[in-house]
Design a protein around this ligand. Structure first.
Ligand SMILES: [Cu+2]
Length: 150
């Protein structure tokens, strides 16, 4: 196989969100070289009644993907992708331009009730990964989904 499975991450952005991402490249390489703002692919995900719609997302490896998340629930939600390895594009943490030294970046995006946002990223890692909401009880309640990078 080309590469081990690793995940792609979705980014949910929100007006008021907390993106916890382990920075790549030691923070000094934050030159947003990239195409910030012109994604190759756009994916829309809605959060409502403790569910992601759609709950299966497919993105293309090596492309700039923008995930737009709309939280229609009256409670906070987040989206977590374990094992995810991405390069964020734009938003001040882009590491595009020098793949070689990019460190795996994991992210968690916390979306506030009835808010929405987006994130743009890129990944080279093909595979299928689970994403879920880490708020107490949400995952068990069915707030899970699957992302495939092909
Ligand atoms: Cu949730």
């Amino acid at each position: 196989m080309l590469k081990k499975k690793f995940v792609v991450a979705l980014g949910l952005g929100m007006g008021t969100l907390i993106i916890a991402a382990s920075a790549a490249c030691g923070g000094s390489a934050r030159r947003a070289d990239v195409t910030g703002g012109q994604p190759d692919v756009v994916v829309d995900v809605s959060l409502k009644d403790l569910r992601y719609t759609p709950n299966t997302v497919e993105v293309a490896a090596g492309k700039t993907v923008q995930v737009n998340v709309t939280n229609m629930d009256g409670m906070d939600h987040d989206m977590v992708v374990d094992g995810l390895r991405i390069e964020k594009v734009g938003e001040g943490e882009a590491t595009g331009g020098h793949h070689a030294g990019v460190t795996p970046s994991t992210f968690i995006v916390h979306t506030m009730a009835n808010e929405n946002g987006s994130i743009t990223f890129r990944t080279e890692q093909k595979g299928t990964y689970q994403f879920y909401c880490s708020l107490p009880g949400h995952k068990d309640a069915g707030m899970v989904g699957e992302m495939t990078v092909s």
